[in-house]
Design a protein around this ligand. Structure first.
Ligand SMILES: Cc1ncc(COP(=O)(O)O)c(C=O)c1O
Length: 490
């Protein structure tokens, strides 16, 4: 029998404690007083590190046992509970693998937490541009060739970091990328925030934890049944010291981690360990049925579902079929309009909409009825469309498809003297703030990058299309924050 299966779940321990007669003369201040506060929120099991429980950071008791159970199941050297989302895992992972001021090779389509790590640790960023998928105008993989070329040019790189799967479900060839990195003794961190289900089923691509990535960060809350902010950090190699990763996690995570969140991680893991096979079989069947129905679409297209096949996307290594990305190209609808129709007419709330796309995220917890409702709604909407009515070309200005010119490091731009510049005068200046469209939240411009004519046109087009564009200084669309010396030199 598995050495761990005999221990009670963390939730059972919390419930047993809640029904004991222990009087809480300790944090949290709500004192589990449900007579006063009601039972809508889980006050009863919201405890702190008291006797019989454990300290997440540097603990040696029950939490370590739960985390070891995960490491054994996933085949990692160490796995860590995260209660501040993947964000804290990425910050800690980058810090553990690099020296202040060191060089990092970064996929330019990384989540903003990666840029924040680069900024905080004063790193020198070398960017890897993802391939472009022409058919859907989204990012494809980070190619092995771009990794090999970059590392040849920058052998002093201390860490390679990339996102796989992407928000849209595109998976890179992690095994080959890890081999290239390791041939030069460089660790690889994979942001697998959207792929935590990969460890539980053969119906999905393999997880980076099994493919040689040194650190893998997964948001359980995104694609598995677990509460918001719950994530895992996995360490699989000897290139990074586990105690250093643990130390960094203690820096970037709360010193009062929530037991409710940790019980949710344990619950999610034990549910999938014990019943994952059936749950994923049923999930896979729902996706297969959905995909078959999508073959009837005449106007809308669904990435790697229906008539659209993986082999039509030369820039994908693999694809997460749990992601349902609908293209409205040529239909006269935008992604936002499709989302609004799904919401108002069919009560379906999508994960995001940008450009000519709307994205649905699925999981083992979707019901047959929910998947049928989405399929039926898409077919019904498709039936009202006329491809001749909307002949515009596929638009996706929310993503970045060519690399802006880097003029200085992120931290240098942010620590320089800055001024707000009218956007029409900003061409050629150095950005001193992040600019991104949300969704999807990948920076279109990072501090230290040159503001080009193309960038300004892109911002105007996004705004014309009603897409929200954000900047740290909140001056857009009028002003953009730039490095001051540049305008003086102008
Ligand atoms: C690719 C990617 N990485 C990391 C994160 C951060 O994850 P979390 O929200 O769990 O902190 C996100 C969040 O959306 C993401 O999309």
């Amino acid at each position: 029998m598995d050495k761990h299966t005999t221990q009670p779940s963390l939730l059972d321990r919390l419930k047993a404690h809640a029904s004991s007669n222990s009087i809480p003369m300790h944090m949290p201040g709500h004192k589990r007083n449900t007579a006063l506060l009601g039972t809508d929120l889980p006050y009863n099991i919201d405890i702190t590190e008291i006797d019989g429980f454990d300290n997440l950071h540097g603990g040696s008791g029950i939490l370590n046992e739960y985390m070891e159970e995960i490491a054994d199941f996933y085949g990692t050297k160490r796995s860590f509970y995260l209660v501040n989302g993947s964000t804290c895992g990425i910050l800690a992972g980058v810090r553990a693998a690099t020296k202040r001021g060191g060089k990092i090779a970064v996929a330019r389509n990384c989540h903003k937490s990666v840029y924040h790590a680069i900024e905080l640790f004063g790193l020198e960023a070398v960017y890897l541009m993802p391939e472009m998928d022409e058919a859907f105008a989204i990012h494809g993989v980070i190619s092995t060739a771009s990794i090999a070329n970059t590392l040849k040019k920058h052998p002093d790189t201390q860490l390679v970091i990339l996102t796989s799967p992407t928000y849209e479900g595109v998976v890179s060839d992690i095994a080959a990328i890890a081999d290239i990195c390791h041939a030069q003794g460089i660790p690889l961190l994979v942001d697998e925030a959207h792929g935590s289900h990969f460890n539980y089923s053969q119906h999905f691509p393999a997880s980076a934890t099994a493919l040689g990535a040194d650190i893998v960060i997964q948001s359980l809350h995104k694609t598995l049944p677990s509460l918001t902010m719950t994530s895992l950090a996995h360490l699989t190699s000897d290139l990074i010291r586990p105690e250093e990763l643990a130390r960094q996690l203690a820096i970037f995570e709360s010193s009062s981690p929530s037991y409710v969140l940790m019980a949710s991680i344990d619950r999610c893991f034990s549910l999938l360990r014990d019943e994952g096979d059936q749950l994923f079989e049923a999930y896979n069947q729902r996706l297969t049925d959905f995909s078959e129905k999508m073959e009837q679409l005449q106007h809308l297209k669904v990435l790697c579902h229906g008539k659209d096949r993986l082999d039509a996307h030369k820039t994908f290594f693999a694809f997460d079929k749990g992601k349902i990305l609908i293209s409205t190209q040529g239909t006269g609808l935008t992604g936002q309009k499709l989302s609004e129709m799904l919401r108002s007419e069919y009560h379906i709330e999508m994960e995001m909409a940008y450009g000519d796309h709307a994205l649905a995220m699925t999981s083992v917890c979707d019901t047959d009825a929910a998947m049928d409702a989405l399929a039926d709604a898409l077919l019904a909407i498709d039936g009202t469309l006329d491809s001749k009515s909307g002949g515009h070309t596929l638009y996706n200005g929310t993503l970045l498809f060519s690399l802006p010119e880097k003029q200085c490091e992120i931290w240098q731009a942010l620590e320089s003297e800055k001024i707000d510049c009218p956007i029409e005068n900003a061409i050629g200046q150095t950005a001193a703030e992040y600019v991104w469209a949300y969704p999807p939240g990948i920076p279109l411009l990072v501090p230290g990058e040159r503001i080009s004519n193309g960038f300004i046109r892109q911002i105007h087009t996004l705004l014309e299309k009603g897409i929200k564009v954000y900047s740290d200084a909140e001056g857009l669309p009028k002003n953009i924050r730039i490095v001051h010396h540049k305008i003086l030199a102008h």
